[in-house]
Every structure is written in C-alpha cells, then in structure tokens.
Design a protein around this ligand. Sequence first.
Ligand code: NAP
Length: 515
Amino acid sequence: MIELLLNHLGGEWLAGSGAGTALVDPVLGTELVRVDATGLDLPAGFAFAREQGGAALRALTYRERAAMLGSAAKLLQANRDRYYEIATANSGTVKNDSAVDIDGGLFTLGYYAKLGDGLGDRRFLLDGEAARLGKDALFQSQHVLVPTRGVALFINAFNFPSWGLWEKAAPALLSGVPVIVKPATATAWLTQVMVKDVVDAGIFPPGALSVVCGSSAGLMDALQTFDVVSFTGSAQTAAIIRSHPAVAQRSVRVNIEADSVNSALLLPAAGNESLDLLAKEVAREMTVKSGQKCTAIRRVLVPEALYEQAAQAISARLAKTTVGNPRNEAVRMGALVNREQLASVREGLDYLMQQALVLHDGAAHALVDADPAVACCVGPTLLGARDADAADRVHDTEVFGPVATLLPYRDHAHALALLRRGQGSLVASLYGSDPQALAATAIHMADSHGRVHVISPDVAALHTGHGNVMPQSLHGGPGRAGGGEELGGARALGFYHRRSAVQASTAVLAHYSAT
Ligand code: NAP
C-alpha cells in the first residue's frame, strides 16, 4: 500500500478524502507516495494559522523567532540523509544537485537565524529616521514596519521542494507571519517531510507552519485582506494568481517569481581566460538539476569572432556529462522531474530548432543505468543561431531543461539590445577582464535583471555561481521574470511587514527607539 501523505492544517495532521495523486520516481517509473487535499476545511485552517499561529509568533521578539529558525536548521541538518534519499527518488537528482536544493535551503534558514538574532529583542522595526513635518521640530513622522496580521501562502514550483520552502519561510517566520505552503504536486514529498519533522519537534507555536499537498483548488479563495501570497512557477499560473479576486479586489499582497530567459554575456576583447570561464559556467548551468533551474543560462552571447571557439569550448565540456540513473556513481546529470517535463523539453527543443542549429546534441548521450523508455533523462543540447536578431523564439522561450542557445553579437550595443529581448530576467552573468567595462555594463543591465553576476579572472575561484541564489542577494526579476523580489538579506522581511507612518511628538516617538 502506497503511503498517503498527510496535510497539516488547523494544527492537525489530516488525510485528504480523495484517492490522491501518485508521485513517481522519474528514473525507475515506480510510484512513491500519494498526495491529496480533498475535503480540507481551508477557511478554518487559514483562520487557525492567522489567529493562533500569527498571535503566538507576534508575541515573540525577532531574536526569539530567530532562535526557532536556528533550531529548525539544526534538526533538518540531522535528518539530511533521509532528504537526500527522497530527492534521489522523487526528483531524480544526483547528490550534488540535491545539495543545491537541500543544503541551499538549510543555508538560507541558518542565514536568517543569524540575521534575526541581530535584530534583537524587538517586535517591530523602524524604517529610516524620523522626519520633521513643520517648522517646529517637535512634531515628526517616523515610519515603522510591523508584521502583517495575516498568513503567508506559498505556492511553489516543482524544482526546489526544499530551498523553495525555506527561502520563503525563513523571512516570513522571522517576521512573525505564519506560513501555509502548497508544494508543487510532482515533488511535494520532500516539502511535506521537512515540514512534518519541524512541526512534530514542536519548534514553532501551533499554526505557525502548515502544509497542503495536492490540488491548489480553494487556496486563493481562502485569502483575506492582510494575507500575502508568494508564488513561484510558470508565467501562465502567475497570470491566474494575479487576476484572482483575492489580489485584484481584496488587495492581498502578491510576489511572483516566474520563468526567465537568463543570459551569459562575454564582453568584447575579453580574452581566452574569460571565454573559458564562460564555457565552464554555461556547461554547469545547463546541467545542474538537468537545467531545471529558474536561474539557468538559456542564451549565451559572444562576439561574432569568438562564436566557433565558444561553441567548441562549451560542447567539449558538455560531452563529458554522463547522464542517467542518479544512483550510479558515474552519473553527473540525473533526470527531469516527470514525463510531462520530458515531453515539454522535447517540444521546446523542436520549437527552437526551427530557428537554430544543433551545436551539441543531447540525443548523442547514451543513458547510464537507465531505460530510455522509462527514465525521464535527456542529454544536454547546445543550439546556435547565427542571426541572433531573427531568432525571436530563442529570446522568448524558456525550455526548462538542459538546453541553451549560443548567439553571436556585432558590438557592445548589439549585445545589450539582445539581452533586453529577454523582457526582464532573474539573472545574467557577465565575463571580461576590464573592471571599468564590467562595472559600466552591469549598470546598463541592472534595470532589466534582478541580479548581475560579474565573473572576472580575479574571482574565478571565489564566485558563487551564476545560478546559485545567495540569501544576501536579491532574487527575482522584472518583466517576464514576474516582477518579484525575494531574499536580499533583511530586505526580504519587507514583504511580510506593513509600513505605517506614525506622526507624533518627539516625546512619543522617543519610545520607539527603545522598544
Ligand atoms: P506551475 O505549473 O506554474 O506550478 C507552480 C505551482 O502552482 C504548483 O504548486 C502548482 O500546483 C500551482 N498551481 C497550478 N495551477 C494553479 C492554480 N490555478 N492556482 C493556484 N496554484 C496553481 O510551475 P512548475 O511547472 O511547478 O514550475 C516550473 C516553472 O517555474 C518554470 O517556468 C520556472 O522557470 C519557474 N520557476 C521560477 C522560479 C523563480 O524563482 N523565478 C523558481 C523556480 C521555478 P500543482 O503542482 O499541484 O499543479
């Protein structure tokens, strides 16, 4: 009998009343567990989180909540081996790729535990200095940030069941806002088990952390005015969330992290060392988590004269990627998450190939220890489009797998214009050796990118990786990337707080700096 994962809502562990949806091993094709949320009383569960969980969290100080995050990180750390097993089975990822999700999540949790400790024994935050409002300095305005008295609903994507949970939950819980997470069905297992471990350990007050596994039906309807929703997933679903009455009519605050056609740009006259750094990073980004990363490089822009050299350098690295069963030590790249994603990647490749040629063919990679008829594995494919202006599909299409396209540019202005055709991205990386040119180009790119990752030879061995999202830095991007903002150190707390201006005598405002 396959286990039916329980939901945690209203402070209880509850089974859905339906037959459930099976989660499947993408390499072996076997059923693992089932999820179901049918019949849950969502309004009552949300009210419990809002009233019980929220009140209990807000009664604590930032430092006290930070200590809870620290305890959760410690507990999860102790159970890491089990999470790796689940990731291998359910996400089909090799150990290094599971680490991006699992250890990335734990690192982010630990980071906010430390940051929160520094906020001290306060229950609200000051936003800037007091400002005088008139001639007499006695009457002033002080902006304050107070935790919103609602729930934070997280609707997450399948590719980061751990990191996607903790990168959102850490700042929310630290802010004093209860969390209800709805993981993507395909990989809900890891999220559910992590939440269960933390809830069962009694680290947070009842109602602070809830999980609903299965259908999203009714979740948005349960949101009220002071709630917030943070969504990560496709642009299509994002549009549904944005137009839901909760957002459109009840002013529920929304953060959207959607898909993104991210780029890598090699500056003109960058030199061979920079070209090697670009090739290394592109190959890594294409293959980590089989390219199922919202931040992965999809477009690679190089000077015309270096197009062939770049194609060879990237292809040579891709050729070394062994693809197949993540349980086999020789395998470097595991599977896509399921048959739907495999079909979607194949379809996306066909679509791009109408405007691009194959420079390195993923189909040439024989699968190691995996049956091609069953396993959702696919080799990395590098495409190339000589006419970067005409290849509009390359600028518009996110193929969510190990696929990128090499594009030549004529000059610096042409490169910047091509980058902007991504219509706003999460991240771009920039390769070169002239600090002045790199600094100026990064500023040119900043309005259309949430993050610009600059790789010069001096940081070759130090930089944190194009696609790795560090909690210190902003995650999110304008335009088609969703327009969201997450992380960025203490900035993340802003989403879970309400800003208000208290206009009063300085004798009144003086109380705020002390409390
Ligand atoms: P998706 O199909 O849009 O699903 C995302 C989440 O929305 C899932 O939990 C899904 O639940 C839920 N959902 C589906 N329909 C819904 C509805 N009508 N109302 C409310 N929720 C609904 O995306 P995905 O396939 O999981 O993720 C892949 C995409 O996410 C890629 O495009 C990738 O670029 C993007 N992504 C972006 C970021 C970022 O930070 N910007 C990070 C990771 C991924 P079910 O699973 O139950 O359908």
